[in-house]
Write a protein that binds this ligand. Structure first.
Ligand code: SF4
Length: 265
């Protein structure tokens, strides 16, 4: 067990996704800070995604953004597409409605501090909406997005740290780069989903506590089974003594964009 004086570990949705995918990968990435290199294309995409987030934040704060838009045609096209597709999100709201970009919340659960940052948070006396910008096309697999820890954790933390009932909370992803015009997916929340997430989260965190205790006794975190596809596409394959990704795999490998975290600013 972690000692009473151990600092609380801060966990984001990215950490929970990693932990669920492969505990050993969590060990390498989070505890040992062995970063997985992004290929230049993904790096460029991530930078552009970060710039879009910053732009939306500046806009929400009432700061001028025109010079940034003029300097970058991609950002300009995303912004104009989004303005056309969802004017109601960008329109000023009445004084009874709370709006904040980069809205930060934290929740202590067991020995962990669960942290979330909402790209935009809009709330009135009845309901609360979490908005998240994604600078890639709408993914075809909605179920996968629903089960991603970003969706589960963001909704869960809001319900736990506010007076809103789960049924009055929602989360909407906006995909600014979709074909035609930006598209969105909204996930409504309810008590049943909240209880389900609480159970999953507690199970995962209890496992983490055990893995951490073992790690302190020099026992590495659990690996996924040997025939797992995850190892074929993992940069830690050699370190884990698993078959390294073949050159063909490496070249063809495009990680699921949903799993690539756009850097929050
Ligand atoms: S190679 Fe396999 S076991 Fe090792 S970290 Fe990657 S996914 Fe996990």
């Amino acid at each position: 067990m972690l000692s009473e004086t151990s600092p609380l570990l801060r966990l984001s949705q990215g950490h929970l996704n990693l932990l669920e995918t492969c505990p050993r990968k969590f060990q390498h990435t989070y505890l040992e800070q062995l970063n997985t290199p992004l290929n230049p294309e993904h790096e460029e995409h991530q930078t552009l995604g970060s710039q879009f987030h910053l732009l939306m934040q500046q806009r929400e704060m009432g700061l001028p953004i025109d010079s940034f838009l003029e300097a970058d045609t991609q950002l300009k096209s995303w912004m104009s597409g989004f303005t056309n597709a969802a004017p109601e999100i960008l329109a000023p709201t009445d004084s009874q409605t709370f709006r904040e970009s980069e809205h930060y919340r934290i929740l202590q659960t067991q020995n962990y501090l669960l942290t979330v940052v909402y790209d935009l948070f809009i709330a009135d006396s009845q309901k609360a909406q979490i908005i998240d910008w994604k600078t890639y096309p709408k993914p075809p697999n909605q179920r996968k997005l629903e089960n991603n820890w970003q969706t589960r954790l963001y909704l869960y933390v809001l319900a736990e740290t506010s007076n809103y009932l789960p049924k009055n909370i929602s989360m909407t992803y906006w995909f600014v780069q979709s074909e035609g015009q930006p598209q969105n997916i909204t996930f409504n929340y309810d008590d049943i989903q909240h209880q389900k997430t609480a159970k999953k989260l507690n199970q995962l965190l209890k496992k983490l506590t055990n893995w951490l205790a073992d790690y302190q006794r020099n026992q590495p975190f659990t690996q996924v089974p040997k025939n797992s596809n995850h190892c074929n596409y993992c940069h830690f394959a050699t370190r884990c003594d698993r078959t390294p990704a073949s050159a063909e795999h490496q070249n063809n490998y495009l990680p699921n964009l949903v799993d690539i975290q756009e850097v929050s600013l």
